[in-house]
Structure formats: structure tokens, C-alpha cells
Design a protein around this ligand. Structure first.
Ligand SMILES: [Zn+2]
Length: 261
């Protein structure tokens, strides 16, 4: 057995465990022989991940859930392969994630970004059990409460366990947020509401789906929220903005016949 490098009690993150960057964050939450994984990453790292889990002495039959934080290909592509090792584990995710899997939606999962020549295999995936706001995932005596935190993606979920929040692609340690892209179903007002909910909660630690875990620092959250509020009225994120005040100013100047000053 190799040493379990816990980030927090009962929480192992597999990039940290491997001392190697495998891809997105992959959280293993356990109690006794029961455990779950939040996200899995791309299919090519799955055998190494399963081997690591085996070496840490977790029984493969103890895996209750494979949790999709959302439907993006870099988080979920490997689920079909993980199921080969973990046939009893249920894939769980938001109803919107289930729909994207059913439709094999290559655009909203970021499997296909034609303009950047990105075309990634999106295997057949199925959500075995839909989960949503307020639902609980139980592993042993541990309980994860599901938060629906849309914004980056409509099906984005977060999971609260005590003072920890597995916070998905809502916010990262440098204050960046998950990609804002209309073709991905991103919604800035929803995003702001999700970030405000995290800011106002008494959660102490955020465990994001990319990069290191960090404190729920209200100032960092506020700075990010203010930036996103700005985007609502800026052309920068035009497909997701709600208004662009410059056009009103221009219209006024056209009507008045005001030229360059
Ligand atoms: Zn992501």
C-alpha cells in the first residue's frame, strides 16, 4: 500500500496524490471502504488513476459514485473507461449533463471547437442517476450536499462537505473563472449568483476542478464578481453581455449630429 496523501480528512486529490499533473482535479472522497470520485479527466489517464486507487488500498467494489461536476469533455471523457474497472459505480450528474450525454453534444461539451481545430472523441456516456440542488451523496458516514451553481455551464454542480466545497469551474485560486462562452451555455447573471452564493456561505475551503485548493476569501470572490458584473455591459463578452451602453451613446450622438470631439 502506498501512503494516502490527504488534502483534507477523507479527501484525496489524484494529481496531488500522483505528484504529477494528470489533467483536471479528481477528488476521491472516502469513508471506510466506501468512496466516490468527482470527475475523471480524459480516458488516457484512467488506467493510471485506477492503479493509484488500487495502490492506496481502496477496494474497487467500494466506489459508489462517479460524479460529473459538469459535462465538459476534459472532466468526463474517461467515465466510460472507469466503468470498465468500476462496474458498480453509478455515474451521477445534473439533468442538463444527462441531456448533453444523451445527445452526444459535441459543441456544449467542448469536444468540438472547429475554429481551433479541436476535435476530441466524445464516447457514449450515460448519467445513471440525475442529481440536483439539495440532493445528498453518501459515502460511509460522510455526506456531500449538491449545490446547483450554473454560470460556466448550465449543469455545473458543486458539492458541500462540512467546511469544504468542491467548487467545480466556478472560481480558481487566481480569481479566474471557468470559460465564459455562449456556445457552451454560459450565463453571466447565473455565474454572478453562483459566485455570490459561494462568497456568502460559511464554507472555508474551495476545492476547484482545476488548480490548487484555496480559502474562500471574500475579497477574491468580490473582485471576480465585480469583474463579471462589468462584462454584462462590455462588448468583450458580447454574446453573453446583456447590454452595451456605448451603442446608446452613439445613437444619441447620431440624433444630435454630434461629431468627433
Ligand atoms: Zn473545467
Amino acid at each position: 500500500m502506498i501512503e494516502r496523501r490527504e488534502l483534507f480528512p477523507n479527501v484525496i486529490e489524484l494529481n496531488f496524490q500522483a505528484r504529477r499533473r494528470l489533467g483536471c482535479s479528481i477528488y476521491l472522497v472516502y469513508d471506510g471502504n466506501d468512496w466516490l470520485l468527482i470527475d475523471i479527466g480524459y480516458e488516457d489517464t484512467v488506467p493510471e488513476i485506477i492503479e493509484l486507487i488500487r495502490q492506496m488500498d481502496f477496494p474497487l467494489a467500494g466506489c459508489k459514485y462517479l460524479v460529473a461536476s459538469h459535462a465538459d469533455v476534459d472532466h468526463i471523457q474517461g467515465f466510460y473507461k472507469a466503468k470498465e474497472f468500476l462496474p458498480d459505480a453509478k455515474v451521477v450528474g445534473h439533468p442538463h449533463t444527462a441531456e448533453l450525454f444523451r445527445n452526444k453534444d459535441r459543441i456544449m461539451t467542448f469536444a468540438e471547437i472547429t475554429a481551433q481545430d479541436i476535435s476530441i472523441d466524445l464516447p457514449d456516456l450515460k448519467v445513471d442517476q440525475e442529481i440536483n440542488e439539495g440532493d445528498k451523496l453518501i459515502v460511509g458516514s460522510k455526506e456531500l450536499t449538491v449545490w446547483h451553481t450554473p454560470g460556466h455551464a448550465h449543469g455545473q454542480l458543486s458539492f458541500r462537505m462540512g467546511n469544504l466545497l468542491f467548487s467545480g469551474d466556478n472560481i480558481f485560486r487566481d480569481g479566474c473563472v471557468g470559460t465564459i462562452d455562449a456556445h457552451h451555455g454560459s450565463d453571466i447573471p447565473d455565474f454572478i449568483a453562483s459566485l455570490e452564493r459561494i462568497r456568502d456561505s460559511d464554507v472555508e475551503w474551495l476545492l476547484p476542478s482545476h488548480g490548487p485548493a484555496f480559502r474562500n476569501d471574500k475579497k477574491l470572490l468580490q473582485k471576480t464578481i465585480d469583474r463579471l458584473k462589468g462584462y454584462l455591459y462590455m462588448a468583450d463578452f458580447g454574446t453573453c453581455a446583456i447590454d452595451w451602453p456605448l451603442l446608446d451613446e452613439w445613437e444619441k450622438e447620431i440624433l444630435e449630429g454630434t461629431g468627433p470631439k
